[in-house]
Write a protein that binds this ligand. Structure first.
Ligand SMILES: Cc1cc2nc3c(=O)[nH]c(=O)nc-3n(C[C@H](O)[C@H](O)[C@H](O)COP(=O)(O)OP(=O)(O)OC[C@H]3O[C@@H](n4cnc5c(N)ncnc54)[C@H](O)[C@@H]3O)c2cc1C
Length: 468
């Protein structure tokens, strides 16, 4: 729909000087996304610096029937922030830490705060805000909540959803809902904040958040354990969970081929063990008690696992830099995989108990479909979240391989579905996964979500064409 110059001028007046971008080169970064899969169009980028200004812009657009696409750091990987017309509303200038309440162990921040800045502000208050992910230097806390981000600390602290006590939201008609309550108990009807968390900007624009804080870690250990098969990875995880309890903050699986790719392509990455093993678990333990002797318990658990044949070998990091080298292997797998040609990626989850069965079934199925494909399985096994990435056969034609993307998706997602899993463990639906959303969600679930959208946003003003 065409947007009148009068409306654009009224929006400019509402946000004031510095509150919009309408030149081509200035708008460019807001129209593309990290993987370059889409290029959007819109009339203007609007950058309000207060909740009231966000509300004014949304009200004007709602009255004129013009779409508003919320955008945070634009690091989302499913096209959720890419506009198809209307205006983009960037939260970048809503970037104040409003309050830290040490006794309540909460922090109230605006949606446009960069995640790393939120972590720093917590640290400055001698606390931990545990959400952590690869894009933390550029993604915003509002975007993290809109996508219910996961990351590396979910096992111990939960998803973004679990880290929130209250929200302030601008609704599709421009009203402001102030739900900024820092309460750990509030049994007063529907918990509305959870409606907006994970809704990918389709139900409201999150403008501020009350976040939970935690005691900072004062002792830690990093371990890489090697195993003969994926069943042993699960067995070790169960032991670690039982023995370490809350101290277990990460348990990541790395398959042999994932480690080989990293060692081959990433400078300074090296295999930390002398011989090759089929699977590895990267384990992080932390404790808020400085004097905690995590080392003794780690050694005892590893010795017992070695004796029982659950693990074949292990290394415990002796320094911060050795710990970082071990984490480097895990973090650079996606980068290393790029050097091996085309790959089809799946970010799925199944119940933790079904991880081995999933890996066997899905690996056999894709090998039957295209012999020579290389399955690179790794990820947050403690959350049942596996990155099941398929690299092309050595020497194969990349375009011909990638042309079969949908076939691979269908095989992997069907197996995931049969095991009670999810085709999208992280990142959301956006534009990218809408067809899977309709295929794998039950008709009742899709209907309920569409009714919610209709109830809150009957004229489809907020982020049309995404998610539902
Ligand atoms: C290198 C890299 C690593 C990543 N690692 C992880 C990971 O480990 N785990 C994980 O879960 N994700 C990961 N992601 C993707 C993840 O979704 C984002 O990094 C982050 O959560 C999105 O925040 P953002 O501010 O960039 O949001 P954007 O990309 O700007 O927006 C994402 C969606 O949220 C909506 N939105 C944004 N802000 C608001 C708001 N204030 N109110 C309402 N809606 C809004 C947008 O319309 C869009 O639909 C990664 C991405 C990259 C590039």
């Amino acid at each position: 729909m065409a947007i009148s110059e009068h409306l654009l001028e009224t929006i400019r007046e509402a946000v004031g000087p510095g509150g919009w971008i309408d030149d081509e080169s200035g708008m460019e970064p807001y129209l593309v996304e990290p993987r370059g899969l889409w290029r959007g169009t819109c009339a203007m980028i609007v950058r309000p610096d207060s909740t009231e200004a966000v509300a004014a812009v949304v009200r004007l657009c709602a009255q004129a029937g013009v779409a508003v696409v919320p955008q945070g750091g634009n690091t989302g990987l499913v096209g959720g922030g890419v506009p198809d017309g209307g205006i983009v509303l960037s939260t970048a200038r809503l970037n104040r830490i409003r309050a830290v309440d040490a006794a309540n162990h909460t922090m109230t921040v605006e949606a446009g705060c960069i995640l790393a800045d939120v972590q720093d502000a917590a640290r400055a208050a001698n606390a931990l805000f545990p959400l952590s992910l690869g894009a933390e230097g550029s993604c915003q806390i509002g975007g993290n909540l809109a996508t219910n981000a996961g990351g590396v600390a979910v096992l111990r602290y939960g998803n973004a959803r679990d880290l929130v006590l209250g929200l302030e939201v601008v609704l599709p008609d421009g009203r402001i809902w102030n739900g900024l309550r820092g309460l750990r108990k509030d049994n007063t009807g529907y918990d509305l904040k959870h409606l907006f968390i994970g809704s990918e900007g389709t139900l409201g624009i999150i403008t501020a958040i009350v976040l939970k804080l935690f005691p900072p870690p004062r002792a830690s250990e990093t371990v890489l354990a090697a195993m003969a098969d994926v069943e042993s990875v699960l067995a070790l995880f169960m032991r670690a969970r039982d023995e370490f309890g809350d101290a277990l903050s990460a348990f990541e699986m790395i398959s042999r081929i994932a480690l080989e790719f990293t060692v081959r392509h990433i400078p300074d990455a090296a295999d930390p063990l002398e011989s090759a093993h089929a699977y590895y678990a990267l384990i992080e333990l932390t404790s808020p008690r400085a004097g905690d002797n995590l080392r003794d318990s780690v050694e005892a658990v590893l010795a017992a696992a070695l004796e029982d044949g659950v693990i074949e070998d292990a290394v415990i990091a002796e320094s911060q830099s050795q710990s970082e080298s071990l984490w480097r292997i895990r973090e650079f797998i996606p980068e290393a995989q790029k050097s091996e040609g085309g790959s089809v990626k799946h970010d799925i989850s199944v119940p933790v108990s079904k991880v081995p069965e999933f890996i066997h079934c899905a690996s056999e199925a894709v090998a039957a479909m295209l012999p020579g494909t290389r399955v690179v399985a790794f990820g947050h096994v403690g959350d049942g979240n596996i990155h099941f990435n398929i690299s092309q056969p050595v020497g194969a034609d990349t375009d011909a391989f990638l042309a079969r993307w949908d076939e691979f998706n269908r095989i992997v997602f069907d197996i995931t579905f049969e095991m009670g899993g999810s085709f999208s463990a992280e990142h959301g639906i956006g534009k990218l996964k809408r067809k899977h959303f309709v295929h794998y969600k039950s008709a009742v679930e899709v209907d309920l979500m569409r009714r919610l959208k209709k109830a809150l946003d009957p004229d489809d003003i907020l982020n049309p064409g995404k998610l539902v």
